[in-house]
Write a protein that binds this ligand. Structure first.
Ligand SMILES: Nc1ncnc2c1ncn2[C@@H]1O[C@H](COP(=O)(O)OP(=O)(O)OP(=O)(O)O)[C@@H](O)[C@H]1O
Ligand SMILES: [Mg+2]
Length: 205
């Protein structure tokens, strides 16, 4: 497949289960290495870069400073408390010398996603699916990445939490974040999504 995403745009990928939607995001995040093809990304640091050819070092830099990814499945949560997971992201984004701001933003974000204060100092291993997801979203979004990859970030959330995700997506969009997302119900993103890329049709609508 071939498609382009312009700066500031929000594109939704649709298509049936198993059609390769998540694979596209994993190739951009480079947890999958494509055998062929190019993924051209205009990096702030490296300039125009083919992510299929980028070095591991470049990918680590991009993951820390330019890209954000909310995965569909939450199996790789680190052994850190919920607060530390989000704070680590915030410190990467704001720099270690702005710790006060990073801490304040971390709390704002945890509150925004209704993560109860009693959970902040716990390891997320025992969190419910929705709590884990909200934590993951908070950690990815707090960085204000240039390009945010979202793999069904609202799938297991109740309606109130979905609305919070939507409002944060709106905010990020207003700030110029480029986003590529997979949504179960794209209608939920109505008015936010600039284009839809359908896997079966292989083109942008
Ligand atoms: N590493 C891999 N090696 C071989 N096949 C894979 C690999 N990863 C995924 N696949 C297969 O590629 C296809 C696309 O998977 P993908 O996860 O991208 O689907 P999807 O469109 O996101 O589906 P869903 O809507 O169910 O999440 C599936 O048939 C899957 O089994
Ligand atoms: Mg998927």
């Amino acid at each position: 497949m071939s498609f382009a995403l312009s700066p500031g745009q929000f594109v939704g990928i649709t298509g049936r289960s198993g059609s390769g939607k998540s694979t596209i995001l994993r190739c951009i995040w480079r947890t999958n290495l494509p055998e062929r093809g190019r993924i051209l990304y205009d990096s702030a640091r490296f300039g125009l870069l083919d992510l299929a050819q980028a070095t591991q070092r470049q990918m680590l830099y991009l993951r820390a400073f330019e890209l954000g990814y909310v995965s569909q499945f939450l199996n790789a949560l680190p052994r850190q408390t919920a607060r530390d997971i989000v704070l680590k992201s915030a410190l990467e984004a704001y720099g270690a010398d702005d710790r006060e701001r990073a801490e304040a933003e971390t709390e704002r974000m945890l509150r925004h996603f209704d993560l109860d204060e009693s959970l902040w100092e716990l390891y997320p291993r025992t969190f419910s699916g929705g709590e884990k997801l909200r934590l993951n979203i908070a950690a990815a979004m707090i960085k204000r990445p240039r390009l945010l990859l979202l793999d069904e970030p609202t799938a297991s959330l109740d309606n109130a939490s979905k609305l919070k995700v939507r409002s944060l997506i709106e905010q990020l969009k207003a700030e110029g974040t480029t986003m590529l997302g997979i949504f179960h119900d794209l209608e939920f993103m109505d008015g936010l999504c600039d284009h839809e890329f359908n896997m079966q049709e292989g083109m942008m609508a």
